[in-house]
Design a protein around this ligand. Sequence first.
Ligand SMILES: NC(=O)c1ccc[n+]([C@@H]2O[C@H](COP(=O)([O-])OP(=O)(O)OC[C@H]3O[C@@H](n4cnc5c(N)ncnc54)[C@H](OP(=O)(O)O)[C@@H]3O)[C@@H](O)[C@H]2O)c1
Length: 238
Amino acid sequence: MSLYRNGIWFLNGLHQYTRSAAVKNFEPQDLEVSVVGRSFMITGANSGIGRATAMAIAKKGGTVHMVCRNKGKAEEARSDIVSESGNTEVHVHIVDMSETHNVWEFAEAFKSQYPALNVLINNAGCMVHAREVTAEGLEKNFATNTMGVYILTQTLIPLLQKSRDPRVITVSSGGMLVQKLRVADLQSETGYVDGITVYAQNKVRGGECNPGYERRSCNSNIVIMLLMVMLQQMSTYK
Ligand SMILES: NC(=O)c1ccc[n+]([C@@H]2O[C@H](COP(=O)([O-])OP(=O)(O)OC[C@H]3O[C@@H](n4cnc5c(N)ncnc54)[C@H](OP(=O)(O)O)[C@@H]3O)[C@@H](O)[C@H]2O)c1
């Protein structure tokens, strides 16, 4: 990353990304909405931001589909969410987002099983520091943060389009702003610099995919958003 890009990111960040800056645009009453009768799919819903989101939606009466890779952790989180919210419409689906064929099979099966989905929240993310390759031959960060998200979203768009006011929210990172999009080496085969750079590249690509989803969903009222998150500790940093 260049010194210039870093400098701009830092100065801009002081005005936009600090807690006090974020609070200026936060209106607590915006959260006073009912989501009864609406369904939400959240990937990586067993911990961190995904779990907190699942809990908040369950408390507001929405149907929650938790997409998680670890059954034990997912069931434990579901049990907490159900007992704290009193909402039993919380469902667990076991899918590893880095296994792209399974992601596609899951999304196809979901479309057959459920009549509607109002909101997809692409939250699951990882930062694996040493280069790992999945059984499908994909670099692990790329498979999870880029391909899994892309396949899930593209496959579910027809189902989302059937709903009233559908949305796709992809959780990104402020780190994407310090990287230029590179498409020549998507799987970091030539020079795996470090997990942080690879992760930031994944998040830039996630941002670049959004116009593609919008084109795919044109002529519908689907709202596609990118949510920027800044610098807290992520438990899946390895
Ligand atoms: N925290 C930050 O500072 C920060 C900053 C910028 C962006 N973000 C973004 O915010 C999102 C949520 O992160 P977080 O901070 O809440 O971290 P977190 O607590 O580590 O949550 C990440 C979630 O993603 C799941 N996950 C990871 N790889 C997966 C896979 N292959 N298949 C299915 N699920 C998988 C994890 O499951 P396991 O529990 O099984 O590992 C976990 O539930 C991520 O997209 C992250 O990139 C976070």
